[in-house]
Write a new protein. Structure first.
Length: 222
């Protein structure tokens, strides 16, 4: 996690040990967010509403991690004398846990949409939305991996992946917004628009996480 300028590992200081513990909690929180999003996709695309209770329980745990990590970062900065690298870690961790928390919120919102969509027949474009969601989940995994092994190129890679999600969003939005002679209620179409918007925002937050991981290494914000 920490190294000298030559790349050789050094014995961690007290503050570095504290930051490492916080980072481990961030990764635990990230794993919960990944689990939540996987279950949400099961609810949305496999129409398995048995996952809803587990998603809600995960959201409670995600929020607990979020509050604790923010507090730990503030206390660590206040009670210690962080050098520049320590400050980069702490500031990046404080920011990226907000991104993780927002992804968790969107996941729970999508679970609610799955419940509202359940009475209706699957939308013709549902498979395309599922592909968009799978890409976003992959991006989340990549962003968390970039935190395990801080990577100066992670932000750029995730930005390229985010562009693919943005293109999918634009294409699907165009298809949904221009539907004519919709048979039956308009609600499922509106819910599908909201679904792709949530997924697009989740991809944005995953990109933010990777960019913050790059910042830890480079000291430069994307």
């Amino acid at each position: 996690m920490f190294s000298t300028a030559s790349g050789a590992a050094t014995k961690p200081t007290a503050i570095e040990r504290k930051i490492k513990r916080v980072c481990q909690d961030v990764l635990r929180m990230g794993a919960l967010v990944e689990d939540s999003f996987r279950l949400t996709q099961q609810a949305l695309f496999a129409r398995d509403l048995s996952t809803i209770e587990r998603i809600n329980a995960l959201e409670d745990r995600i929020d607990e991690f979020y509050r604790q990590i923010e507090l730990d970062c503030v206390v660590t900065m206040t009670l210690n004398a962080p050098v520049a690298e320590n400050c980069r870690w702490l500031s990046a961790l404080m920011q990226l846990v907000r991104d993780l928390e927002r992804i968790g919120d969107y996941s729970q919102d999508l679970a609610d949409i799955a419940v509202r969509l359940f009475p209706y027949a699957p939308h013709p474009h549902l498979e395309e939305v599922e592909a968009m969601a799978r890409q976003t989940l992959t991006m989340l995994g990549m962003s968390l991996a970039a935190l395990v092994e801080p990577d100066p190129e992670a932000g750029a890679r995730l930005q390229a992946a985010d562009n693919v999600v943005d293109e999918a969003y634009d294409r699907l939005y165009g298809l949904l917004a221009t539907q004519r002679d919709v048979p039956g209620p308009i609600e499922p179409v509106l819910l599908m628009v909201l679904t792709i918007r949530h997924i697009e925002r989740m991809a944005d937050h995953a990109t933010n996480i990777a960019q913050r991981a790059s910042y830890i290494v480079t000291g430069h914000r994307s």
